[in-house]
Design a protein around this ligand. Sequence first.
Ligand SMILES: Nc1nc(=O)c2c([nH]1)NC[C@@H]1CN(c3ccc(C(=O)N[C@@H](CCC(=O)O)C(=O)O)cc3)C=[N+]21
Length: 283
Amino acid sequence: MAAHLIDGNALAAKIRADVAHRTAALKARGIEPRLAILLVGDDPASDVYTRHKVKDGTETGLAATLERYPAQMAESELLARIRALNEDRAVHGILVQLPLPRHMDAQKVIEAISPAKDVDGFHVASAGALMVGRPGFWPCTPYGCMKMLESIGYELRGKHAVVIGRSNIVGKPMAMMLLQKNATVTICHSATPDLGAFTRQADVIVAAVGKRNILTADMVRPGAVVIDVGMNRDEAGKLCGDVDFEAVRQVASHITPVPGGVGPMTRAMLLVNTLEAAERASA
Ligand SMILES: Nc1nc(=O)c2c([nH]1)NC[C@@H]1CN(c3ccc(C(=O)N[C@@H](CCC(=O)O)C(=O)O)cc3)C=[N+]21
């Protein structure tokens, strides 16, 4: 029997409706949640992504403004702009679109953002807060994955979760979130020999590598839940994930599609974090 699809578009729509509701309540108190998006350079993909984020904001009543800067912008200038936004009480969230031009130190730029406005959850203070279980902002992609597991009523306690990928923005925070829900967590990565030996023992698999077909059907235990964070293109140029979707869906109990899975959830959680930032600032 084929797996149930976890529909990221539908779940994201529900979350956006809730964000719209809470945003209206804040506005009734005279607070307009505001997200500043900073885009440096003219990468076409970043252009599309940031315009999507502005549109998501507008549709839910949040004010999202896009600031565009030339690729040659000096790092010091970007840092100065971030410091000004940190001081601006009308701005609740700051997002610097990645990747940044090569002459900039992305981590240094991120560390300039006030942790109270770090709605991407990329600041070391946010990473530290997640690790020790204190309030902070969770990175949007793994946060969205947790919401997808929650949406199917999945009980993580005592389950074995295998995360493939150890990036600072997905793999590592994903592992921490699963651990916080009392799963037994294994992190696999490029130096893991025999990936399948690990994934075959998993109740939940999160694939976050950025490589097509890294997870095939023979690597999945029947009934496992599979979350696909990958964003790749096949030879026809079609968007696809890290999972051999058609084959794995015959084995898994639940699976997320690409597109229409984790991607829309990432965008929805950015709205949630921005709203949360505004609520905290006004509390
Ligand atoms: N500071 C920063 N924060 C980010 O969150 C961030 C970033 N930089 N840089 C780039 C990546 C990429 N990213 C995506 C989010 C959603 C979709 C998404 O909604 N994808 C749709 C498909 C879109 C399409 O058709 O191309 C889907 O999967 O269904 C895609 C990509 C956020 N990023």
